[in-house]
Design a protein around this ligand. Structure first.
Ligand SMILES: *Cc1c(COP(=O)(O)O)cnc(C)c1O
Length: 385
């Protein structure tokens, strides 16, 4: 018999089920409250594995480093992408195996590189020559992947402005790595976050395969291709960009065509693994009428769980538990700063103080980049459901 749909599957339980859960949780735990669904975390992992069965995922914990999320992924056998000594300690102390960790910041402090050595994290990325000297000194014999700069066109968050060697430098850098006693094992790239432009991936695979062939010719056979993160989720119910499944199908096909079947493919999904697991519940703490609009002041804002508006260039779909006629509305956060405006123009029903405003698909780059308590307003409590 088919298992009954669990109520903690935030996306699968329908609007009624979700709103019931929101009412109960807000009443019991107060707001702001971030619900994270373990069921959705698991589903996203399974979706990834189903569509890219030959790619080993290393969850990029910067998207959301909550320990319960990390533990859930450890149980599923997922690896981790960490960017600092502190992130490395976090996943290792929770029980991740060091050979399932990639230190994927191309710029690392000497102390953090030494930390990787001490904790037996051997796989790391780099994109410049000075970094190689640091790695050779503080983590001798490390396995290194050269991160190359690739097209980030159309991605919500640009990453190639700051990172990635020019592709034509890759062979020189890999040779240099070897001459310093390191193990040059492959190539890494990142197409930019929330990438809905499939061509970014396809072109990056083309460029990477050229580097693989060239490396083979100069006696540096490469074994690992790291296709990074960037896999998109739906932030709005009616988003109609390419789905992950369609993109993954094309990526897989191209990989099969361009690379030896013994190549080890890895990826660093962040948003795709946690974004849709999170639902944020806020409440109206004040209301007024200004500029011919309803103004609702929520108990969470841009300094806390809506920080993704600033850092992630993200837009969200705001929902309420009320029905009825909608009016032009501005939503603002609770701090004494006009910058703490969440959205200028929403269509929302009339709300009273105490009413709920909630947002789905806000599990990534939200609490992770929140300030602890600007103006005395702490970010949402996290509740695993
Ligand atoms: C941020 C980041 C990721 C995760 O990116 P998503 O777009 O969230 O999948 C992966 N790898 C590196 C190096 C990153 O900086």
């Amino acid at each position: 018999m088919k298992k009954k749909q669990k109520s903690n599957d935030l996306n699968g339980s329908g609007r009624q089920g979700l709103e019931g859960l929101i009412r109960r949780s807000a009443k019991k735990h107060g707001t702001p409250l971030m619900l994270i669904s373990r069921e959705v975390l698991k589903k996203q992992y399974q979706r990834f594995r189903r569509s890219l069965p030959n790619v080993m995922p290393f969850y990029a914990i910067k998207a959301n480093p909550h320990p319960e999320i990390i533990k859930t992924f450890i149980k599923l056998g997922v690896g981790f992408d960490v960017a600092s000594g502190a992130e490395m300690d976090l996943v290792l102390n929770l029980g991740a195996s060091p050979d399932k960790v990639i230190f994927a910041n191309t710029i690392k402090s000497n102390e953090d590189i030494a930390r990787a050595h001490k904790r037996k994290v051997k796989l790391m990325t780099f994109d410049n020559e000075p970094e190689l000297y640091k790695i050779a000194k503080h983590c001798p014999r490390a396995k290194v992947l050269v991160r190359i700069k690739v097209d980030n066109t159309g991605s919500a968050v640009e990453l190639s402005l700051k990172f990635g060697a020019d592709a034509d430098q890759a062979i020189f850098l890999l040779k240099k790595a070897r001459s310093l006693g390191l193990q040059p094992v492959g190539v890494a790239f990142h197409v930019g976050s929330q990438c809905t432009n499939l061509n970014n991936y396809l072109r990056a695979l083309d460029v990477s395969s050229l580097i693989f062939s060239e490396a083979e010719k100069v006696g540096l056979p490469l074994t690992i291709l790291d296709i990074g993160g960037g896999f998109p989720i739906r932030h709005f119910d009616n988003d109609d960009h390419l789905t992950f499944k369609d993109m993954a199908g094309a990526i897989r096909k191209k990989m099969r065509r361009l690379f030896d079947k013994n190549t080890n493919f890895i990826a660093e999904p962040g948003r795709f693994f946690v974004g849709s697991s999170g639902t944020l519940i806020t409440q109206v703490v004040g209301r007024t009428f200004r500029n011919n609009k309803n103004y609702y002041y929520l108990n969470d804002g841009v300094y806390a769980d809506f920080s993704g508006i600033v850092f992630d260039h993200c837009r969200y779909e705001f929902k309420t538990l009320r029905r009825g006629q909608k009016f032009l509305t501005t939503l603002a956060g609770p701090t004494c700063d006009s910058f703490d405006t969440i959205s200028l123009n929403e269509d929302l029903p009339e709300l009273e103080v105490g009413n709920v405003v909630y947002v789905k698909n806000i599990g990534a780059y939200s609490c992770a980049s929140a300030v602890p308590a600007f103006n005395g307003f702490p970010p949402a409590k996290v509740l695993m459901v």
